[in-house]
Structure formats: C-alpha cells, structure tokens
Design a protein around this ligand. Sequence first.
Ligand SMILES: [Zn+2]
Length: 109
Amino acid sequence: MKRPLPDARRDRIFHRDAHRCVYCGVSFPALELTVDHVEPRVKGGDASDGNLVTACRQCNTAKGGEAAWSYLARDPALRAGFLERAAHIWPRLRRAIIEAGTKAGSASR
Ligand SMILES: [Zn+2]
C-alpha cells in the first residue's frame, strides 16, 4: 500500500508538470492525476521532487510497481515522450532511462 503524499506536495508536482501526465502527455484535472515514483519506493526510491512525476491513473496502473526505466524500455515512443516531458527528474534517473532504452534495443527479451 502506497503511503499518500501530503496534498501540498502533490499540488506542487502537478503544477510543475502542468497537470499533464508525463507518460501519455494528456492533461487531466487534479482528481484524475496521481504522483508516480520514477524509482519505486520498494526499490529504494524516495519522495524527493526529482523522483516524482505526474501520471494519470491509467498510466500509473499500467506501470504498476515497475521502475520507470524498465516500463519505458519496452516502448521507444513512450520513452521519448517521457524524457521530453519529465524534464525535472534527477539526472541519474534520466540516465537510467536512456541506458535501459539503449539496452532494450539490442536485447532479445
Ligand atoms: Zn497517462
């Protein structure tokens, strides 16, 4: 069970991302949005702003408990859109996403 973030932080992240899901790029009212951890809490991700992005309910459900880089590695178009929109994430997370995408291109999985 995810511990809910304080409303003020949620609002700040939504505002920063212009109420737009960083995965599908669609804008939603705040009620339809969630705050997603790029690096999941279970994998050691924290609740710092650079690890948090705005995601619509549908994309957050599709991503589930996966790390963003592993979820994005399967879909180059999705990954490109994410990297364009999620400009505020920590550089090391950005690198992980780019690297996972490069590897996926040559992997057999
Ligand atoms: Zn979405």
